[in-house]
Design a protein around this ligand. Structure first.
Ligand code: NAI
Ligand code: MG
Length: 356
């Protein structure tokens, strides 16, 4: 019996609405597979909690979460709470506190109609971006000297430790070997003469341990162009925190946008729980109206199943996403459909059952 404890943090706005659909999918999986059991625990954290208590999560929040196998998060953000508070005091606290140093973002076209790229098919756009998620350009280190004076100087430091750089690159090589795919490193050593020279050096060093993995290296500017013009060049991509942040939004743009973009924050050693979440935010403009597209949150469930070692279920959920996307009227309005968040969630579960 594969029994997993899942912490639910639906958060704010449409986070609540889409996580509800993801839980329906998890319960459907549970009902179809007698060897899988989930135990859900709800955590009411987020901006509403902040407005009541002055905190985004409980004081001992990380302790409370530490015994779970995974965290399933909707989105946080509320118009009356500054975004840096909701981001740093919940999301980043979890990502950093649980050393979720791998960010996995599939760039996979689930339906040909979803890409704005002319002449690109589903075979052309199918890769995985592995983004460094713990240091690099987003280390938060730097200085602000002579603030407000004419001599003002601002320093924003990129931190690339040997440990941090090597572990993300090694993770990517392991994944490329496991999937028998080409690995592309994206950096910028011509301009960033310390950090990215180091990145390239570590990439080449680690590569010697994986002679069977085919590798390529691109500068980030050239890579951005190829994401659009020739996405078929990529199979697995490894890149730094900042480059990965930008490139994965570009990846989302060529595969259907926020309604279908997912991301996993992984602690590969499983010392701490990993976190699965749709990429989109709390969308206050459409919250509470049943307009939110739940497919991104459902794709997160597929990533969670893969992480749990239930590959057959992550494959089935992805296959069902493809099936569902063919039925345009059953989709939410952002995809040209007439259905609601709940309606699409139910339709998805129906299709998942049919697949069995
Ligand atoms: P957003 O992703 O919430 O919304 C951007 C636009 O896309 C909106 O027009 C929204 O209606 C639409 N949209 C997003 N997800 C959708 C879905 N599933 N179905 C249909 N339409 C969808 O980003 P925005 O507006 O910049 O931020 C709103 C709040 O969310 C802010 O407080 C922000 O800080 C927070 N946020 C939180 C994130 C997280 O928790 N991981 C990520 C991004 C933003
Ligand atoms: Mg981003």
């Amino acid at each position: 019996m594969n029994k997993k404890k899942i912490a639910l943090i639906p958060g704010d706005g449409i986070g609540q609405e889409v996580i509800k659909q993801g839980v329906k999918v998890l319960k459907t999986v549970e009902s179809l597979d007698e060897n899988i059991e989930f135990e859900f625990t709800d955590f009411p954290w987020g901006c509403e909690y902040y407005l009541e208590t002055g905190k985004m999560m409980a004081e001992d929040g990380l302790d409370q979460l530490s015994s779970f196998d995974s965290i399933y998060l909707g989105a946080v953000g509320y118009p009356t709470v500054p975004d840096h508070i909701s981001l740093w005091d919940l999301l980043l606290k979890i990502r950093k506190g649980f050393d979720q140093y791998v960010n996995l973002r599939p760039v996979k076209l689930l339906h040909p109609g979803l890409t704005p790229l002319k002449g690109k098919s589903r075979e052309d756009i199918d890769f995985l971006v592995i983004r460094e998620n713990s240091e690099g350009e987003y280390s938060g280190k730097g200085d602000w000297l002579f603030e407000g004076n004419p001599e003002e100087v601002v320093l924003q430091t990129g931190v690339f430790s040997r440990k941090g750089t090597e572990r993300i690159i090694r993770y990517a090589f392991e994944e490329a070997r496991r999937q028998k795919k080409k690995l592309t490193s994206i950096s910028k050593a011509n301009a960033l003469n310390y950090s990215m020279v180091f990145w390239d050096q570590v990439f080449n060093e680690v590569a010697t341990d994986y002679p069977e993995v085919e590798t390529e290296s691109y500068l980030v500017d050239a890579a951005s162009m190829f994401f659009v013009r020739e996405p078929e060049r990529f199979e697995i991509v490894v890149t730094s925190n900042l480059f990965g942040d930008i490139l994965t939004d570009l990846g989302a743009a060529i595969t259907g946008g926020l309604g279908v973009a997912t991301g996993a924050n992984i602690n590969p050693e499983k010392k701490y729980p990993s976190m699965f979440e749709p990429v989109h935010g709390s969308a206050p403009d459409i919250a509470g109206k049943g307009l939110a597209n739940p497919l991104a949150a459902i794709w997160s469930v597929a990533q969670m199943m893969d992480f749990f070692g239930e590959k057959q279920w992550s494959d089935k959920i992805e296959k069902t996403l493809e099936d569902v996307l063919v039925h345009e009227s059953e989709l939410t309005p952002d995809m040209g459909g007439k259905s609601t968040t709940d309606g699409l969630g139910d339709f998805f579960c129906l299709k998942l059952k049919e697949l069995k």
